[in-house]
Design a binder for this molecule. Structure first.
Ligand SMILES: Nc1nc2c(ncn2[C@@H]2O[C@H](COP(=O)(O)OP(=O)(O)OP(=O)(O)O)[C@@H](O)[C@H]2O)c(=O)[nH]1
Ligand SMILES: [Mg+2]
Length: 306
């Protein structure tokens, strides 16, 4: 009898500046929406696992907050999340944005992973954008991370899928042999309340301006599974959630004129939740203030360390 082929298994931490496309890439690799995406920097606030199981084995991608230099309490907390993922994963996927030039922040990241070059793969993302020039990044890698060979630097696009298959093949190649961590049908291990809160946050962040995206978080306060009245339809998951703003004056902007803004956030979130879950999701969405929550250690621990 032929011996069963050994399977690959690895955790891969994504690292990069804010908005380079880490979460978009994890979603593309997993073939499902695992992590929320927006054009605002530092959208991701947690280590979010996205799982890819194929014939070759299983890869667990760990999405992380974008690395940014700032002494603010929230940012320091986000950097801890990124640091932990880098330390705890076998491989590192370093994502850069080809449409921006590498600067001081990029150098700080290169310095952070300089000791891990042997286990790092580079994705030079957004190559679909007009007039992008990838040469500065190849030069940057050559200078700052010289132990990463060219063959491990991939020009990629999450829009056209350029380079994605080659990147994935390289990661499988570098991964060690081992048992799968999750059943093969899993594409994430997030709990339901967290996923619901994140999707609401995404819908809010993508509609709000200025400081607001950074000033809010979402909490699921209550959830209840209800049988459908006829028994014929799917069960309803009733959820009460709060969008929590930092200041009282921000509540009005989240609610919007005549309640239009919160209604749109609720409807778009509900639509996506209905697609993701087997239940019919019914959202009761409200707004409240958690004064200066970004400076409150207890709240930061609750929403970021989880
Ligand atoms: N044109 C183009 N846009 C992209 C690509 N990948 C991501 N984006 C866009 O870039 C923006 C940021 O994407 P995210 O995936 O949220 O970036 P991130 O690195 O996870 O950001 P943080 O969580 O803030 O660190 C979004 O508007 C995406 O739609 C790409 O390959 N091409
Ligand atoms: Mg992200």
């Amino acid at each position: 009898m032929a011996e069963a082929k050994q399977k690959k298994s690895a955790f891969i931490a994504l690292v990069g500046r804010p908005s380079v496309g880490k979460s978009t890439l994890v979603n593309l690799l997993c073939g499902e929406k695992v992590a929320i995406v927006s054009s605002f920097p530092q959208t991701t606030r947690n280590a979010i696992r996205g799982i890819v199981t194929k014939e070759e084995g299983q890869l667990v991608f760990v999405d992380t907050p974008g690395r940014h230099v700032s002494e603010k309490k929230l940012n320091k907390k986000l950097m801890e999340v990124s640091d932990r993922a880098l330390d705890d994963s076998e491989l590192i996927l370093y994502v850069v944005d080809a449409s921006r030039i590498p600067g001081a922040e990029e150098e700080a990241i290169a310095l952070r992973i300089a000791g891990s070059q042997k286990r790092t793969i580079v994705g030079i993302n957004k190559t679909d954008l007009p007039a992008v020039d990838v040469r500065p990044y190849f030069q940057f890698i050559k200078e700052k991370l010289p132990e990463i060979p060219l063959e491990r630097c991939f020009k990629i696009s999450c829009v056209t899928r350029e380079g994605i298959d080659a990147l994935l093949a390289c990661i499988f190649e570098m991964a060690g042999y081992g048992e799968a961590f999750y059943p093969e049908e899993y594409y994430t291990d997030q709990d339901i309340s967290f996923r619901i809160a994140e999707i609401i946050r995404e819908k809010a962040v993508n509609r709000l301006r200025q400081e607001l995206p950074h000033s809010l978080y979402v909490e699921v306060a209550d959830a209840e599974l209800r049988e459908s009245k006829t028994g014929a339809e799917r069960q309803t998951l009733w959820v009460r959630a709060f969008i929590i703003t930092e200041r009282e004056s921000q509540k009005g902007m989240v609610v919007g004129k005549g309640g239009e803004m919160i209604k749109t956030i609720r409807q778009t979130a509900q639509k996506e939740l209905n697609r993701i879950f087997d239940w019919k999701v019914e959202l009761d969405l409200r707004v409240k203030t958690g004064k200066d929550w970004r400076h409150n250690d207890t709240i930061l621990r609750r929403i970021i360390d989880r």
